[in-house]
Design a protein. Structure first.
Length: 533
């Protein structure tokens, strides 16, 4: 419901009196909205009137935020200088800029003084000594060398110095030595820590292995901050390729759509899955995802999709591009990068003893290209074979039959309590001594169906509802009445807002109904109403 102008004028005057800004200034739009929310007034105050219209009707001068006159600017700068001098006299020392800004805001002064003068200019106008430590050249060099020693030989970058509050910033070095930071490092026989060289491929592999040892899964893209995803892309071509080089277990569905081949292997694309089916059905002994560095003397951190045993053949599945896109080029940036990486792989193999077979998306010559492998066949795969050509995933599929559903479900429930009553993901099930989840759970259905069978989601929802009802009970103890919907914002905890109650209970009314039943069963309620009961 829209508020009338008379009501808005009354409320904005009350808001102005409550804020009591110094120097005097009318409420901003956000301050007025917060005030209405605080006094539980519903409705959009600006559905019919603009903020300045409401201020004009209330005889409050609209606040100017730009196009100030020269006199107004000078007057406000004078006010800021007086407050700076006041803060200097209180602390008996030159305040840092952040403390000065905080002092201004705490006294209601939000004037953008930095548009007109720097902080040091304000200090000079008041003849206050500048708050600036001047380091000698010897001190600067000693501090940096000590920092390198503490960092086990790693030279800090310019960004590292800016973020380190215990070190002088880059400007101090440039001001003292009159040359760029990287040239200063070279004069001291130190290697500048350029961004691209901050992490070597070995550092990235070590990072992935350490992450896996802590969480029993590789990192997600959104978890990569330092090092970032772009560094993995620069050295390996992508995060997935780096994980393959590191040889740590991973769930292929984490990196996009997957395809399950006819014999149970999980492959990263439909094209790859079809190639895997052909190789397996024709009895070709092979290995998946082998780093090029194990086969060829190269510095490139790439992984080949298939290595055909006891032969010179390697197979790359280019499932993202067609052969025409590879030969003629394309406009999409992601495909251009993919083609560039594929050409590097082809150059590596061309300078070695191996031969590379490239299978493109929708390749009409797929059968013809793969037919050169037929003489290497050891016969059609069957259950009576000794297992030489059965892939690891096939073994996992056979092993999965050893485990009863009840055992696998008990593992899910156990993991649920180990994680602090949190519903486990498929990656959470990589636990030492337990069967590989990809070779057991995912061979008999998707992960959602297993979660449903185990009942852990229902346990979690029951626990969550109990926490939310207890939260309402705590609110009632504080306000001495049945909670209102608006109380959820004032006493917000664990994200238990109105939308959360609607999601879990269906509506706010349903939540209150369940709360009433819950409250009657609590000890405090029974003691309070024991006479009536």
């Amino acid at each position: 419901m829209a508020l009338s102008l008379e009501m808005l004028v009354k409320y904005i005057k009350d808001c102005n009196d409550e804020l009591n800004k110094k120097p005097p200034a009318p409420p901003t739009a956000s301050e007025f909205k917060d005030y209405l929310k605080k006094i539980n007034i519903r409705g959009n105050p600006y559905s019919n009137y603009k903020h300045n219209q409401i201020l004009g009707a209330a005889n409050l001068v609209p606040k100017k935020t730009w196009r100030l006159s020269e006199d107004e600017i000078e007057q406000r700068l004078t006010t800021c200088k007086n407050m700076l001098l006041e803060l200097y006299n209180i602390n008996k020392e030159t305040p840092v800029q952040d403390n000065f800004i905080e002092y201004l805001h705490s006294n209601g002064n939000t004037f953008a003084w930095s548009r007109y003068k720097t902080y040091n200019e304000l200090l000079n106008d008041l003849e206050i000594p500048l708050n600036m430590r001047r380091y000698s050249k010897e001190e600067l060099k000693k501090l940096l060398l000590d920092k390198i020693q503490d960092n086990k030989g790693k030279v800090p970058s310019q960004l590292d110095l800016e973020q380190d509050k215990e070190m002088p910033n880059v400007a101090a070095y440039i001001r003292a030595f009159k040359k760029p930071y990287n040239e200063i490092l070279e004069d001291w026989n130190l290697t500048p820590n350029y961004f691209k060289d901050r992490y070597s491929p070995d550092d990235l592999i070590e990072y992935l292995k350490e992450f896996y040892s802590k969480k029993n899964r590789p990192p997600y893209y959104e978890e990569l901050e330092n090092p970032s995803w772009s560094i993995f892309k620069r050295h390996f071509g992508g995060l997935l390729e780096a994980i393959k080089v590191a040889k740590i277990p991973y769930n292929a569905s984490q990196f996009g759509s997957t395809y399950e081949s006819n014999h149970g292997d999980i492959r990263p694309s439909f094209v790859d899955g079809k190639v895997d089916d052909w190789i397996y059905n024709n009895g070709i002994i092979h290995e998946h995802e082998v780093p090029y560095q194990e086969l060829i003397n190269t510095e490139e951190q790439f992984v080949v999709d298939y290595v055909i045993s006891e032969s010179p053949y390697l197979i790359e599945v280019a499932g993202m591009v067609s052969e025409s896109e590879f030969l003629n080029g394309c406009t999409q940036k992601i495909k251009q990068d993919y083609i560039k990486k594929l050409k590097k792989k082809i150059d590596i193999v061309n300078n070695s003893q191996y031969e590379l077979i490239v299978i493109f998306s929708g390749d009409p010559k797929q059968e013809e290209k793969l037919s050169v492998l037929l003489p290497l066949s050891v016969g059609k795969p069957s259950k009576q074979q000794d297992g030489k050509i059965i892939t690891e995933t096939k073994k996992e599929k056979r092993t999965a039959k050893k485990y009863q559903d009840e055992y696998l479900i008990n593992n899910i429930v156990t993991r649920y309590y180990e994680l602090g009553e949190k519903v486990p993901t498929i990656n959470d099930m990589f636990v030492d001594g337990w069967p590989n989840p990809q070779g057991t759970y995912l061979k008999r259905g998707n992960w959602s169906s297993w979660i449903k069978k185990s009942g852990v989601k229902d346990l979690y929802k029951k626990k969550l509802k109990l926490e939310m009802l207890n939260h309402l009970l705590n609110i009632e103890k504080m306000v001495n009445r049945r909670p209102y919907c608006t109380d959820l914002e004032k006493y917000l905890r664990n994200g238990f807002n109105r939308d959360k109650y609607r999601t879990e209970f269906g509506s706010w009314t349903n939540a209150l109904s369940e709360y009433d039943v819950f409250k009657k069963n609590t000890i405090d309620y029974q003691k309070k109403h024991e006479d009536k009961l």
